[in-house]
Design a protein around this ligand. Structure first.
Ligand code: NAD
Length: 435
């Protein structure tokens, strides 16, 4: 006989209630940055009053029949921060540490990321506190479909469009699309992005984020009056974002001399063949041991004498303990939140030009937007069409952000947030408060 387990063991991936797991400090940091941007841009107290809280927060408890017959309840969230500029948009994260504060902070960041790139979207985020690594595929499917059912009333193609995030992928998006479509009664691919290409996903999505990170570095090179063909580059985190950033930077003449993953790093001053390294990593599980390279640690990689550094691994990788060792002139942040505020201050003092994450990794959400437009119009664009539209959008966002650095005499990170707050604030003020 099956039994219902509430508040099951966290190692088995469930959490009940909303005890904070670090999300509160993260939310506090985001709010502080937004307040600062509101003050710099003079957007006004009313704008901050609206932006400091999400418009809607939904908490659901998701019962799932496990393979062994037991029922487990998982906590899930969907937070809709602001929709003044368009439907809510944001990923869904499956992770044991998901808590409401974290999801709220991430939803806020989506509002600003979409605004920086001038997408007609607001910001949202979802999450389920679970450990997908210990769930079977069928448990994951039942969890996803039940979660979709429980947030069904507040998502939709013109309301809120989810996407993948940490530990959710194209398969999870396909289940969300199918569940929503079954409930609606007709196929609705435009309810979610990040789907497989053969089910309405967009060509070019796989490389979009890394391509955007490379574009961020390329625009910084141009802005600083440098020439890419003389520059050396280190990539921290040779995964999806890191590999594609490396690929495009090498195509544009840069020399990739170092790369790393969770197992360690490599240094090859005469240059790394990026596709050979990808093949090597696929075969052996790591970049370490790549023929002709010297093995280094991730810390050593950060301190190498290179021109461009691409952090494309984890959050908080650049912190107060290693920021001072960094010699790169340009950092383009492929990862989300790779630089802590303390490290950011040190790097600013060293006059490192940082292309912040909201801009440098916005290629993903921008291509999600292209996927949604293709779905709504029942069109299919080619890879080159997608990448060329993406390049136009990101280069424009880089220039807009740069203009704000001059207008308010701030660095690129503050400028991006000021630009976003200005755009969202203008929409809010024009729409007014009804009734
Ligand atoms: P991924 O899993 O494909 O790659 C991550 C890489 O980082 C892996 O090679 C892993 O081995 C490496 N890594 C892990 N720990 C490390 C450590 N301590 N030191 C060095 N390397 C380490 O993930 P991804 O999709 O490339 O995402 C990377 C980052 O970019 C994440 O912060 C993610 O949130 C962010 N991001 C990704 C996308 C996207 O479209 N994929 C979009 C926006 C932001």
């Amino acid at each position: 006989m099956s039994r219902i387990v509430v508040g099951a063991d966290m190692s088995q991936s469930s959490s009940i209630g909303n005890e904070s797991k670090g999300g509160a400090a993260f939310l506090e940091m985001v709010l502080r940055q937004v307040k600062e941007a509101v003050e710099i841009t003079n957007a006004g107290d009313d704008v901050y009053e609206v932006l400091r809280v999400p418009k809607r927060t939904l908490t659901v408890s998701i019962p799932v029949r496990m393979d062994n017959g037991e029922v487990k309840v998982f906590m899930g969230y969907r937070v809709q921060h602001n929709n003044a500029r368009g439907p809510y948009k944001g990923g869904i994260r499956y992770h044991p540490n998901v808590d409401l504060d974290e999801v709220v902070a991430l939803a806020m960041l989506m509002t600003y990321k979409c605004a920086v790139v001038d997408l007609p979207y607001g910001g949202a985020k979802g999450g389920v506190a679970c450990n997908p690594k210990v769930l079977s595929k069928s448990e994951l499917e039942r969890l996803t479909r039940r979660y979709t059912y429980m947030i069904y009333d507040i998502i939709g193609p013109y309301v809120d469009i989810p996407a993948p995030d940490v530990y959710t992928d194209a398969q999870v998006m396909a289940w969300i699309m199918d569940t929503y479509s079954q409930l609606k009664g007709y196929l609705t691919p435009e309810v979610v992005t990040g789907k497989p290409v053969y089910l309405g996903g967009s060509e070019g999505r796989e490389e979009a984020t890394g391509f955007g990170t490379a574009l961020g570095a390329r625009e910084a090179v141009k802005h600083l009056g440098l020439n890419m063909s003389n520059l050396t580059i280190a990539i921290q985190g040779y995964g999806n974002v890191g590999y594609y950033a490396a690929k495009y930077l090498a195509e544009w003449g840069g020399k990739i001399v170092a790369a790393s993953d969770s197992k360690g790093g490599i240094y090859k001053p005469d240059g790394i063949n990026v596709s050979a390294l990808l093949e090597y990593k696929k075969k052996t599980g790591s970049v370490v041991g790549f023929p002709g390279s010297k093995t280094i640690t991730n810390e050593e990689l950060l301190g190498l004498n290179v021109d461009i550094l691409i952090p494309a691994a984890l959050e908080r990788a650049i912190n107060k303990d290693n920021a001072d060792s960094i010699k790169a002139k340009i950092i383009s942040e492929g990862a989300n939140g790779p630089t802590t505020p303390e490290a950011d201050k040190i790097l600013r003092e060293k006059e490192v030009f940082i292309v912040p994450d909201v801009l440098a990794n916005a290629g993903g959400v921008t291509t999600s937007y292209f996927e949604w437009v293709q779905n709504l119009k029942r069109e299919k664009w080619s890879r080159s069409e997608v990448l060329s539209k993406l390049e136009n959008k990101l280069v424009a966002a880089f220039k807009d952000t740069l203009a704000y650095t001059k207008r308010f005499e701030v660095d690129m990170r503050s400028a991006a947030l000021c630009l976003a707050v200005d755009r969202v604030g203008l929409a809010l003020k024009t729409l007014g408060v009804w009734p």
